[in-house]
Design a protein around this ligand. Sequence first.
Ligand SMILES: Nc1ncnc2c1ncn2[C@@H]1O[C@H](COP(=O)(O)OP(=O)(O)OP(=O)(O)O)[C@@H](O)[C@H]1O
Ligand SMILES: Cc1ncc(COP(=O)(O)O)c(N)n1
Length: 268
Amino acid sequence: MTIGKALTIAGSDCGGGAGIQADLKTFQERDVFGMSVITVLTAQNTLGVHGVFPQTLEAIEGQMDAIFQDMGANAVKTGMLFSEEIINLVADKLVQYEVKNVVVDPVMIAKGGAPLLQKQAMNALKTKLLPLATVITPNIPEACEILGFSSIDTLEEMKDAASALQKLGPRFVVLKGGHLEDENEAIDVLFDGESFHYFAAKRIKTIHTHGTGCTFAAAITAELAKGQDIRAAVTTAKNFIQAAIEQSLCIGKGIGPTRHSAYRNKKD
Ligand SMILES: Nc1ncnc2c1ncn2[C@@H]1O[C@H](COP(=O)(O)OP(=O)(O)OP(=O)(O)O)[C@@H](O)[C@H]1O
Ligand SMILES: Cc1ncc(COP(=O)(O)O)c(N)n1
């Protein structure tokens, strides 16, 4: 019996809505074998991030070696990497193990505003990690930060940004439009170096969107691990996140998580 193997290299969200926990739930729902390398522990709930505890480089390296010297992975996602040292280590290991299908979610700031990437790590993200990526999945503020743009306000500007991001080295760019001011639609743009593809869905009116970015990127990773091409992977991920937000959960006193099981048994 074979199964796609997907690895997430990310931060732990003890509250279960984002990070490693969201990724593993998504992998399970998409029927791939999920594995994890924990870069940082966060003390976090729906009200915000209350503590960030980076793991030692030795601990991160040990987890990566354990996985790649035995099981390997058909696709890898990176999420919260937090520091320059962690980014450099993870990038070196991805090169060492010749990892294919690397999904980089350039996590920078939590929904509540807490920094999840140190300012001095930006250069390593841009120069070491992005060139290794098969696909990157920034949201609009992250794209602005990477490119030094002051704002991205329209679909045309999203296309310009996606094209500029692709020049930094990733094979594909999926620029997420969740932060665009559009009452009706949440539209994401895929750029493959030649053409643009659009993934639009009805915008859902809810505050409970904790972990949407992690979940969306994890769903892309799962589909790539199964051998799907990028357009099929993003199509499934968009359907998956739409269902998860439609049934998002009012758990806790703040921004609740999405329901990872909402797309279960639905046809792609
Ligand atoms: N209110 C919404 N209704 C429908 N889809 C949404 C909504 N908000 C975000 N999305 C979609 O969810 C996915 C994740 O996008 P989003 O922009 O929320 O990521 P993000 O800001 O990186 O998330 P996070 O802050 O959790 O990391 C995208 O496909 C986006 O279009
Ligand atoms: C460990 C970790 N990784 C990623 C996010 C981003 O998710 P969100 O912006 O929805 O809080 C997070 N909050 N925590």
